[in-house]
Design a protein around this ligand. Structure first.
Ligand code: HAM
Length: 417
């Protein structure tokens, strides 16, 4: 038997219902903030991620699905979507559109990580990117969208973590101070952090292997911000308070991708276990420029759809299912049955026309198995009278109505159901 690739899975049944439901809600929410959808290819030139996510990150060092195509070009299955949106911005000259450009996306991403609860090799991200504005108000607006998503799904055990990691001007000073403070502890560091000490010391702050005491003893980046970054961060906090969004400052929050500047944030949930980040994001003011565009500031976030589904399942959120209407008929009335089925489908009802035929008893059994709310019955007699029988499958109540009234009848019932 051929199985799914390790860390990948099929989505179907109840999972699919939940997936479609959250996809709908997320799209509507993003659209209510003025975001429009973008679809970018799943494969990109590897260089895109090397240059944006960064050579010294776990993603680029260890986790990318990279291969050569038949023309010898190095391609990668996208590990995230921000880089692709930034590439698209430059390639399609989105700078000519009104700023900030607001785009959202939903699609699969691939990371060669060790699969565990909440961590897959293929997973779906929903994300938003607001490109072209430096104002801290847009940072706050993006964070408010992230927070309101959690509110919309009535998630209980969530927290917004917030930090600023400065810019090209101030971060190098902090890096030096951090390395100075880490030097006496170098031998205690884990093997990854020993390497990070030279390549990417900020990542030591969010390494799960290093002790809390060590991290707390280290200098805080917010004490090293330049005036511009400090003012920006103060304003972000001010706007978040204005929007009634609770947040916690966390100086160990640095994020695992290299393109971030200034604001970084995550929404975490205690329902998630070790992989507790529901979503993460921040500002990336140099990325567009590094990909060959003009210097254009930007901010965004992405959320793991599977992680949201895990929380919804843990909190026992019930997804309301659309009702199913089943059509049972005698073979003499097949034409009328098909006509009714098409009419109901046109009105947005999920309509199942019985396929096998046979006795009404058998057809009712099949209707029950499909959890139909109503069965519409049309036999020879009803055909003659131009009527149908409608049977409420829950109460078992059955009545005869004129065929032409079926849509009004079911719509009325759906409205009150
Ligand atoms: P990220 O933190 O790498 O950020 O990923 C965002 C979210 O994707 C995570 O919070 C998590 O919910 C989900 N995720 C990541 N890896 C996995 C995995 N292996 N399995 C399941 N879920 C996963 C980014 O990707 C940035 N592009 C976010 C961003 C957008 N920043 C600015 N704009």
């Amino acid at each position: 038997m051929i199985k799914t690739v390790k860390g990948c899975k099929d989505i179907y049944g109840r999972e699919m219902e939940l997936f479609q439901y959250i996809e709908n809600v997320l799209s509507k929410m993003a659209e209510s903030y003025g975001y429009t959808k973008i679809i970018t290819p799943i494969i990109e030139y590897s260089e895109l991620f090397q240059r944006s996510v960064g050579e010294d990150t776990d993603i680029v060092e260890k986790e990318m699905y990279t291969f050569q195509d038949k023309g010898g070009r190095s391609l990668t299955l996208r590990p995230e979507i921000t880089a692709s949106v930034a590439r698209s911005y430059v390639e399609n000259h989105f700078e000519t559109l009104p700023a900030p450009l607001r785009k959202y996306y939903i699609g699969p991403c691939f990371r060669y990580e060790k699969p565990q609860k909440g961590r897959y090799r293929e997973f779906y991200q929903f994300g938003v990117e607001a490109i072209g504005d430096i104002s801290p108000l847009i940072d706050a607006e993006v964070i408010s969208l992230a927070y309101n998503i959690a509110k919309q799904f009535s998630l209980k055990n969530i927290k917004v973590r917030l930090n600023s990691i400065g810019c090209r001007k101030c971060r190098p000073h902090y890096k030096e101070a951090l390395k100075e403070a880490l030097k006496p502890h170098y031998e205690e560091l884990c093997s990854d952090c020993k390497r990070r000490f030279y390549t990417n010391p900020l990542r030591i702050l969010d390494c799960k292997k290093e002790s809390k005491e060590l991290k707390e003893s280290l200098p805080k980046i917010t004490d090293y911000l330049c005036d511009e970054c400090r003012n920006h961060f103060d304003k972000v906090k001010e706007y978040l308070s204005l929007m009634n969004i609770p947040f916690e400052l966390d100086h160990t929050l640095v994020r695992g991708l290299d393109y971030y500047t200034k604001t970084v944030f995550e929404v975490i949930s205690t329902d998630l276990g070790a992989q507790n980040a529901l979503l993460g994001g921040g500002r990336y003011d140099y990325l567009i420029e590094e990909l060959g565009g003009r210097p254009v500031p930007a901010v965004g976030f992405a959320m793991g759809m599977e992680r949201l589904m895990t929380i919804l399942k843990a909190e026992n959120k019930i997804v309301r299912k659309d009702p199913v209407i089943y059509i049972a008929y005698q073979k003499e009335a097949l034409k009328e049955a098909i006509e009714i089925a098409n009419k109901l489908r046109g009105e947005g009802f999920i309509t199942l026309l019985d396929i096998k035929g046979g006795s009404f008893k058998k057809q009712f059994e099949r209707s029950s198995k499909r959890n139909a709310s109503y069965t519409v019955i049309i036999g020879e007699e009803e055909k003659e009278k131009n009527t149908v029988q409608v049977k409420n499958m829950k109460t078992k109540e059955q009545k005869e109505i004129p065929k032409g009234e079926i849509v009004t009848f079911l719509k009325e019932w759906r409205k009150n159901a």
